[in-house]
Design a protein around this ligand. Sequence first.
Ligand code: HMG
Ligand code: MG
Length: 310
Amino acid sequence: SAGAEVRIVEVGARDGLQNEKTTVSLDTKLELLSRLSRTGLRHIEAGSFVSPKWVPQMANTSAILSQLETTREKDDGITYSYLVPNTKGLSGFLDGKPTPATTGNEIAVFASASEGFSQKNLNCSIVDSIARFEPVVASALENGYQVRGYVSMVISCPYSGPTPSQAVGDVVEKLLDMGCYEVSLGDTNGVGTPGTVGKLLKHLVEERGIPPERLAAHFHDTYGQAIVNALVALEYGIRTFDSSVGGLGGCPYAKGATGNVATEDLVYFLEGTGVHTGVDLEQLVGIGEWISKTLGKGNGSRVGRALASK
Ligand code: HMG
Ligand code: MG
């Protein structure tokens, strides 16, 4: 990834798989992660330490962490990231004795900009979730792990309606103040357009003065707007983009939401725009084809389909 001008956070093994109805085997997950680790990607989400009653598909995250710790090459330069909703989740992460380092392992806490989704996803209010994250973030930092933050439903929420930019800004600032090194802006249900995403970024970056280096774009592609929205984010100075190979995914608590923007589509767009990603598109296309077949579904990446049929 030498000379990469953007950072891609590959979320396929977490966001991509968490909503799969049938259990994806540990071997398939490890194979996916292993293949992804050889593409030039430097930041890979590997799982979630959440309640297995809430998200059964992520139940084997401890096994994933310990496998990665024993099999990964030393100084491979890859950061593996794990979602953690509370102190119990943090204990699960720490029990795996993950290598603490700038690159190595980190956690992510996830809040919502809308009350409705906060209740559905975390079973508590926004304020309560922030209070819950504080000791998690403090303890992770004390133990030498960096913490990423997420804010969901930044454009509109299926339960609460359109999300005021102010509400997003408030949660972003709380997460940054708490010690998150960056906050990823989740258009969870993929409803944003350059109009609404531009308005949000204008508020965050220009009106509130949040440095774009502290923000990431996490666009789901439900309405086919993710790439054009990524261009808007790029124009606002954002250089970190979340995506999922093969466009895998959906959120268990956001009905009808489809996958993240496909990593293949994102890389094709960025490289075509002259923004170097450091990621091998051809390899990604192969992985997208393989995982889609393995899960018995169509490849959700248009670029993947086009290049695979060449
Ligand atoms: P709760 O039911 O209110 O929690 O859920 P609780 O504290 O009352 O505990 C209930 C049971 O869960 C207890 O077990 C706990 O021990 C257990 P029991 O006594 O009944 O046997 N439990 C746990 N087990 C394992 N790991 C844990 C854990 N915590 C409690 N960490 C809770 C609250 C937060 C746990 C639950 O709501 C939850 O797990 N939510 C996570 C939902 C989730 O993972 N959603 C998807 C990720 S977010 C997303 O996809 C959006 C994103 O991509 C960005 C975007 O697109 O916008 C990031
Ligand atoms: Mg998501």
